[in-house]
Design a protein around this ligand. Structure first.
Ligand SMILES: C[S@@+](CC[C@H](N)C(=O)[O-])C[C@H]1O[C@@H](n2cnc3c(N)ncnc32)[C@H](O)[C@@H]1O
Length: 268
């Protein structure tokens, strides 16, 4: 059935933490499989201040990425959960909608397990995918190959992109800005690498204008971010995007299915 409830990573983390969760055994086995998989298929990696292997000619940002700062939970346990949660079918219609205008050289911020790759069209030349998680990048590499998308996957952070100024035609960001520790710095980096006529295409969950929902988003975020890979429920995404100097030409606020603290969307 389409339209499963949208739980961000945090929901999955909560399930993992439940002692009687029937998922626990399966998740752990899956995690071990990813360890082996990523050892066999290493992803490209940008060391702090260094460009990705095929991007070495480009100017790295002076900011230092933190690819090694993931804790044990974020490195080994969260990736299979994220992949599982983000695979839910109700998100596909948003992925399709947001990605349709992508063209040229695309940068995907927080590429995760590569769930957007099937939605890139022929007008996309290549996708540079940045993510701090090597486990997720290993999955993304497989999905790019399956979708026939030319992709370069880089272990790093959106706050220090190993790309030259004005070198990207389209930036795609789906449910990622909530987890980036310094979203404004990351958005400024995105502006730096985007060509003047380039576009940022995004869908994010964030602060809901309903007072009751907003109250709970603020209340729950401090605990939530610890089990969710840093996911903040109460970011006002449009303000952040504007503050970084982007002009918002379109902004929609669909509600996905599920509890409203997670499902108020910012799409543009
Ligand atoms: C909820 S997942 C979404 C993944 C993917 N965009 C999708 O739509 O399936 C959030 C992603 O943000 C990534 N992320 C967290 N911090 C980041 C950072 N500083 N820079 C780039 N990506 C980051 C996580 O590793 C994870 O892959």
């Amino acid at each position: 059935m389409r339209g499963a409830v949208y739980y961000p990573p945090c929901g999955a983390a909560a399930r993992l933490l439940a002692p009687v969760d029937p998922w626990l055994g399966r998740r752990t086995t899956l995690g071990a499989a990813f360890v082996v998989l990523s050892a066999v298929k290493p992803t490209l990696r940008a060391e702090p201040g260094e460009a990705a292997p095929s991007l070495r000619h480009e100017t790295p940002s002076p900011e230092s990425p933190r690819p090694n700062s993931l804790n044990f939970y974020e490195r080994w346990m969260l990736p299979p959960l994220l992949d599982r949660v983000m695979r839910q079918s109700q998100l596909e219609k948003y992925r399709r909608e947001v990605i349709a205008p992508a063209r040229g050289r695309v940068l995907e911020i927080g590429v995760g397990s590569g769930l957007n790759f099937p939605f890139y069209g022929a007008q996309v030349e290549m996708v540079v995918g940045v993510d701090p998680s090597p486990r997720l990048l290993a999955l993304a590499q497989r999905r790019a190959a399956d979708a026939g998308v030319k992709a370069e996957l880089v272990e790093g952070t959106a706050s220090a992109l190993p790309l030259a100024d004005r070198s990207i035609d389209t930036i795609v960001m789906t449910w990622t800005l909530c987890s980036i520790p310094d979203p404004l710095l990351a958005l400024r980096e995105m502006r730096r690498v985007l060509k003047p006529d380039g576009r940022l295409l995004f869908i994010e969950h964030g602060l809901c204008p309903e007072k009751g929902v907003e109250f709970w988003q603020h209340r729950l975020t401090p605990a939530w971010r610890h089990v969710s890979g840093g996911c903040q429920l109460d970011r006002k995404m449009d303000d952040l995007i504007r503050a970084a100097g982007f002009e918002l030409t379109e902004l929609r606020h669909p509600y996905a299915e599920g509890p409203r603290i997670f499902t108020y969307m910012y799409e543009g």
